[in-house]
Design a protein around this ligand. Structure first.
Ligand code: IVH
Length: 699
C-alpha cells in the first residue's frame, strides 16, 4: 500500500491522465487509451481514494461521468444545452466474472426476495436521451456531463430508425427513452474509406465515428452517415410498468427500436451462459458491442437499490476485452498521400485476429512510433480499434532480441526525394514538393476525377497512363486531351476514348461546390466545400477572403482558414484555376441559388435557442436573405437571434458587448420588411409576422 505522500502524487497523476483521456474520448472523439487501460487506471484511482477518503475531491474523475458537451471542445461550435430531467449516469463495469457474481449476491442480499435480471448487449456507441411528447419526438439530448446535455434533435431526426411519431396504444403523454446511437461496421468502413480518400483523419473506431457524426452541424450529412439507434431505458412519471422488460416491450410496440437480443435470467448460471454465448456470437453482429449489461428487471427493486453518484446499484456492465494478437514487426513502409502527408504503415508477420488475417497496421505518425518505442523485429500487440482497424498498441519488451533496429523516419520523400517538413503543431511530416512529387500529382488527379468531385469515369490505371506519357500533369490538362492523345494509350479504342471524353464533357456542368472540393485544398472536405461555396458564392470572392472572413463560416476553424488562404496565395493554383475556367468549369453558384432578398445583406447573425422551425432552416433563411450565420459572438456580430430558451452564455455575452438581441418574430418582420428594418424587395417576401413554416414555403 502506498503511504499518504506517495498516494497524493499517484492520485494527481492518475486524475490528470484520466481527465485528459476523458476529454479526448468524449470531446475530440480521438481516444488515447484503450477501454481496458482506462478502466484499469480508474480502478487504481478508486482504490487509492477508498484507502484515503479524505483525498477524494468532487472534481475527481471517479465522481462524475466524462463530458461530451460541445462547448468544452476547443473552438467547438455550440449546441443549445438543456438539463436532463433525470441525471444521465454511467454503469459500473468489470472484466471479471467473479465481480458479476458479487453484484448478483449483493443485489440478492439487499433485496432479500426473489427477482430477475435483464441481460442485454452493451452497444458501443454514444448515449442518447429522447423525449416523446404526445407520441411525437420532442427533443434529443446527448449525455453531456450527465446533468446537462447538448440538443441534437435536428440531427437525430435524420437517423433512419428513430421514429418521429409513435403509434399504438398506451403511449404516455410524456416519457423519456434512452439508448445508444452507433455506426454499423459497413457504414463505418464506407465513411473511413471516404475520409482516407479525402485525407481527412479516419475515425479510430465506430464509436468515435458515431459520436463525431452526431455532433455534425449539418443534419443532412448526419443522415448520410448511416447511424442507427437501439433504445434500452424507459423513464417517466407514473408509467404503468412493473418491469424494465415490460417497458421495453411497450416501447417496441410503439415503433421504437429495441433489441431483441435481451434475455431474462434468474441466476448467475443463466447470466454466465448469456455472456458466454455473446462473447463469441457478437463477432457476427453487424455493429460493435463492448460487453453485456446486467440489470435488475423489477422496477420497484431498481428503486430500492438506488444509485451511487455515478452508477445505478441495480445494473452492472461486464466488458469484453478487445482481442489482441502478438506478432512480429517485419518492416515499415512510408506512404505518401495526395496532400504529401507521410504515414508509417507496419508490415507484420501475418496473424489471425477476430476472424481476419492482419498483415498491415497503421502507426499513425512518428510521435506514435516513438511513444511505443518500436523496433523493427520486435514482437508487437495488434488490436482492432472497435474491432475493425488494426493498430499496434504495444511492444512485448520481454521478447526483444538482439538485432532489432530503431526505425528511422525518412528525412526525404520516399517517392521524389524532397526533404520532408513538419509544420508547427502538425503530427505528420509532409513532402512539400506538391507540384513535382508523382504520388501527390497522381493522387490529386484521382481526387479531382473522383465521384464526389468531378465524377469522371476513370481510375488509377488511366491516370497512371496519362501521367507517364506526360499528357496530364494537373487537372486542367485533362480538358485539353484529344481523342488522338487517348488513342496513344495502351489498350484504348475509339469507344473507350469517346466514353472518357463524354464523361469529361459532362463534368463541365458540375456545380461550384463540387468543383471547389475537386481542387483538393487541404482540409477542405465535401461539406466544407459546400459551405464555402454557399457563403462566398464564387471563386474570386473566396480567393480574396481573409482568414477572418473565412472564420465567419460555420464549421471553418483556424486550420481550414489558414489552408484556404495558403492555397490561393500560390500563383500556380491561380493559374490552374484560370485554365479550368477557360475549359468551362463552373466557379460560381448558379443563379437562383442566390439570395431572395437583401434584407440581411452585410449582417452577421448569431442564433441561439429553439425556433418554430429547425435551426438549420433558420440558417437557410439567413443565407437566402443575404446574411451570414456565425457560430460565436464577436465584434462583427450584427445581432443575436434568440429563440425559445437561448443559451445563457450567449445572452450574457451579447448584453455585455452591446449586441442587439432580436426575437424570432422581430426577425421574421425584419426579413419581410415589415418593421422598417431593411428589405426593399418587398415583393419577394410575404407579409410581416408570418410564421416560419409559411416563410419557408417560399423557398
Ligand atoms: S443502461 C443508468 N443498457 O454503456 C444507466 N447502457 O458504459 C443506464 N450502454 O452509459 C444505462 N448498451 O451509454 C444500458 N444495454 C445497455 C447499454 C448501455 C450500451 C452504454 C450507455 C452507458 C454506458 C456505460
Amino acid at each position: 500500500m502506498l503511504n499518504k505522500e506517495e498516494a497524493i502524487s499517484r492520485i494527481q497523476q492518475l486524475r490528470r491522465t484520466l481527465s485528459e483521456s476523458n476529454r479526448l474520448y468524449y470531446v475530440e472523439n480521438a481516444p488515447i487509451l484503450s477501454d481496458f487501460e482506462f478502466d484499469t487506471l480508474m480502478r487504481e484511482l478508486s482504490t487509492l481514494e477508498k484507502q484515503y477518503p479524505d483525498l477524494v475531491t468532487p472534481d475527481s474523475p471517479t465522481q462524475h461521468v466524462g463530458s461530451d458537451l460541445s462547448a468544452s471542445r476547443p473552438g467547438g461550435k455550440e449546441f443549445a444545452r438543456f438539463p436532463h430531467r433525470y441525471p444521465m449516469l454511467s454503469l459500473g463495469n468489470t472484466y471479471d466474472m467473479a465481480e458479476v457474481e458479487a453484484f448478483v449476491d449483493r443485489a440478492a442480499k439487499s433485496l432479500g426476495h426473489s427477482f430477475t435480471f435483464s441481460c442485454e448487449l452493451k452497444f458501443d456507441g454514444t448515449a442518447i436521451c429522447l423525449t416523446y411528447r404526445k407520441g411525437v419526438l420532442y427533443r434529443a439530448l446527448t449525455r453531456g456531463d450527465g446533468t446537462f446535455g447538448d440538443d441534437v434533435t435536428e440531427n437525430v431526426r435524420h437517423i433512419g430508425n428513430i421514429p418521429q411519431r409513435l403509434s399504438g396504444t398506451g403511449i404516455p403523454d410524456e416519457f423519456e427513452i434512452r439508448g445508444e446511437i452507433y455506426m454499423p461496421y459497413k457504414a463505418f468502413d464506407r465513411l473511413n474509406e471516404e475520409r482516407e480518400r479525402d485525407e481527412d483523419p479516419p475515425f479510430a473506431n465506430p464509436r468515435n465515428a458515431a459520436s463525431g457524426s452526431l455532433k455534425l452541424m449539418d443534419p443532412r450529412e448526419v443522415g448520410h452517415r448511416g447511424l442507427e439507434c437501439t433504445l434500452y431505458h424507459v423513464l417517466g412519471e407514473g408509467l404503468p410498468f412493473e418491469t424494465h422488460d415490460q417497458a421495453l416491450e411497450a416501447a417496441k410496440s410503439w415503433g421504437l427500436p429495441v433489441s431483441d437480443k435481451r434475455r431474462i435470467c434468474r441466476n448467475i448460471a443463466e447470466i454466465e451462459e448469456y455472456i458466454g454465448y455473446w462473447d463469441t456470437q457478437r463477432k457476427f453482429l453487424p455493429f460493435a458491442t463492448d460487453g453485456i449489461v446486467i440489470k435488475v428487471n423489477e422496477l420497484p427493486y431498481q428503486k430500492e437499490l438506488g444509485y451511487t453518484a455515478k452508477f445505478p446499484r441495480w445494473a452492472v456492465a461486464y466488458k469484453f476485452k478487445a482481442e489482441q494478437a502478438l506478432t512480429k514487426l517485419l518492416s515499415i513502409d512510408y506512404q505518401v498521400g495526395r496532400t504529401g502527408a507521410v504515414t508509417p504503415v507496419a508490415n507484420l508477420d501475418p496473424v489471425q485476429l477476430s476472424g481476419t488475417v492482419v498483415k498491415r497496421a497503421s502507426l499513425h505518425n512518428s510521435d506514435q512510433m516513438q511513444l511505443l518505442d518500436i523496433h523493427i523485429g520486435d514482437y508487437v500487440y495488434v488490436e482492432k480499434g472497435g474491432e475493425i482497424i488494426p493498430k499496434i498498441t504495444g511492444v512485448e519488451l520481454s521478447m526483444r532480441r538482439d538485432g532489432v533496429s530503431v526505425p528511422r523516419f525518412p528525412e526525404v520523400c520516399p517517392d521524389c526525394g524532397t526533404p520532408l517538413v513538419r509544420d508547427e503543431g502538425e503530427a505528420k511530416y509532409f513532402c512539400p514538393n506538391t507540384d513535382g512529387c508523382p504520388t501527390q500529382i497522381k493522387g490529386k488527379l484521382l481526387h479531382f476525377i473522383s465521384r464526389k468531385a468531378m465524377n469522371v469515369i476513370a481510375g488509377d490505371a488511366t491516370i497512371d497512363q496519362l501521367y507517364s506519357l506526360n499528357l496530364v500533369k494537373d487537372p486542367a490538362d485533362l480538358y485539353s486531351l484529344t481523342k488522338d492523345d487517348l488513342l496513344r494509350l495502351e489498350g484504348w479504342k475509339d469507344r473507350s476514348a469517346q466514353r472518357f471524353l463524354d464523361s469529361l464533357e459532362a463534368s463541365r456542368k458540375t456545380t461550384f461546390d463540387h468543383v471547389l472540393y475537386a481542387l483538393g485544398i487541404r482540409y477542405v472536405g465535401e461539406s466544407t466545400a459546400k459551405e464555402l461555396a454557399v457563403f462566398f458564392k464564387d471563386i474570386d470572392s473566396l480567393a480574396a477572403a481573409s482568414r477572418e472572413d473565412l472564420l465567419q463560416v460555420e464549421d471553418v476553424g483556424e486550420v481550414i482558414a489558414d489552408s484556404v488562404v495558403a492555397y490561393f496565395r500560390d500563383q500556380r493554383h491561380l493559374e490552374m484555376i484560370a485554365r479550368l475556367k477557360q475549359a468551362g468549369l463552373r466557379f460560381e453558384m448558379e443563379a437562383g441559388a442566390g439570395p431572395v432578398s437583401d434584407a440581411l445583406k452585410g449582417k452577421t447573425v448569431v442564433i441561439s435557442g429553439n425556433f418554430s422551425v429547425s435551426r438549420e432552416q433558420i440558417k437557410q433563411i439567413i443565407a437566402l436573405h443575404g446574411g451570414k450565420n456565425s457560430g460565436s459572438l464577436s465584434g462583427r456580430t450584427s445581432f443575436l437571434l434568440a429563440g425559445e430558451k437561448p443559451g445563457p452564455e450567449k445572452m450574457k455575452k451579447a448584453e455585455a458587448s452591446g449586441v442587439p438581441v432580436i426575437s424570432e418574430k422581430e426577425f421574421m418582420e425584419m426579413i419581410s420588411g415589415g418593421a422598417g428594418h431593411g428589405s426593399e424587395k418587398e415583393d419577394s417576401v410575404p407579409e410581416s409576422g408570418v410564421d416560419g413554416e409559411r416563410q419557408l414555403a417560399l423557398f
